[in-house]
Design a protein around this ligand. Structure first.
Ligand code: BGC
Length: 312
């Protein structure tokens, strides 16, 4: 899990992992958000050793720019480093699958697979992939990966997976991811409302949200203007959805330099991987050795306060 400095003790989660003190500062392993109004460099998590007999989950984050993967233990803690490779272009299913299989070959053993995909996913089948190749439409990614890895596989929208890595499970919580595309995920008492595609809704000056704050916009207008744009996006969603908590994540969240109200937090991108454990909820209790074998693409139930995240 991520190691983040925290002033207050996090909630007593059953799956909370380590509390570490270094140089007089306390860090919690498992915390996925930070209160700072300015993103800090991502701290890579401490790896755990695999406990024999427990289930390992291969967590995959398919992005428009990079493919990322990591193996998690039964409690959602990393067992490996995060592996990353650039998303091949053109990003056809065949090219992405080939790159992904090469990437995960070095990660060792796992018993099941969770995937975050940058588009609409229903029952493991890709409906849209705005930042990948159009031939993804209709592709049964869950089935194909399950066949290729010979492991049960579940696939969910990438912002949904990331949200599972950060939400507290209380009230309405909203996550916006700022990467190549703009992801959006809504959680009600920890229960995910799937496939809310705010990204492609018109926003301002004839641009959609994604055209306004996506990766291409950042490259075009530069960080300063882009920060102002993100502020406008937050100001727009705020009175419409009235979330108790808004999280800003994704690969470009590190460029955020703005004063944020207390209920808006920047999350670390690694949540897009560790959130993958929630697709197999309820989580394996610490000593349970069962490995599920049936292939399924059903996302996990709302986690409430259980699972991979820890309140900062
Ligand atoms: C897609 C979303 C996705 C987001 C971030 C958007 O273009 O429509 O489904 O979550 O990009 O990858």
């Amino acid at each position: 899990m991520l190691l983040l400095e925290g002033a207050a003790d996090p909630l007593p989660l059953p799956y909370r992992t380590d509390r570490l003190t270094e140089g007089g500062r306390t860090f919690y392993a498992g915390a996925m958000t930070q209160r700072s109004s300015q993103a800090e460099p991502e701290t890579l998590p401490a790896k755990k050793a695999h406990r024999p007999g427990t289930v390992r989950t291969l967590a995959v984050d398919i992005g428009g720019t990079g493919l990322k993967a990591m193996v998690l233990d039964h409690q959602g803690s990393p067992l490996t480093d995060r592996a990353r490779v650039l998303t091949p272009r053109p990003a056809t299913p065949k090219a992405v699958l080939r790159a992904l299989l090469a990437l995960i070959a070095g990660l060792g053993e796992f018993e099941r697979v969770s995937v975050g995909f940058p588009g609409v996913v229903i029952d493991g089948v890709i409906r849209t992939a705005p930042n990948l190749h159009p031939s993804w439409r209709g592709h049964n990614l869950a089935r194909e990966l399950a066949q290729k890895t010979r492991r049960p596989t579940r696939v969910l929208n990438d912002a949904g997976v990331q949200g599972f890595g950060v939400v507290e499970g209380r009230g309405l919580e909203m996550l916006l991811t700022l990467g190549t595309g703009m992801g959006c995920a809504l959680f009600i008492d920890g229960k995910y409302v799937p496939n809310l595609e705010l990204a492609h809704h018109p926003f301002r000056h004839g641009k959609t949200y994604e055209e306004y704050v996506g990766g291409a916009a950042l490259a075009k207008v530069g960080k300063k203007k882009w920060n102002r744009r993100v502020e406008r996006v937050v100001a727009q969603v705020e009175p419409v959805w009235n979330p108790r908590q808004i999280y800003l994540g994704g690969g470009n969240a590190k460029h955020l330099k703005m004063k944020l109200p207390p209920h808006v937090k920047i999350t670390q991108n690694l949540a897009g991987l560790v959130g993958g454990i929630a697709l197999w909820e309820p989580p394996e209790p610490p000593d349970k050795t069962e490995v599920r074998v049936a292939e399924s693409t059903r996302p996990g139930r709302g986690r409430g306060r259980r699972g991979a995240r820890v309140k900062p």
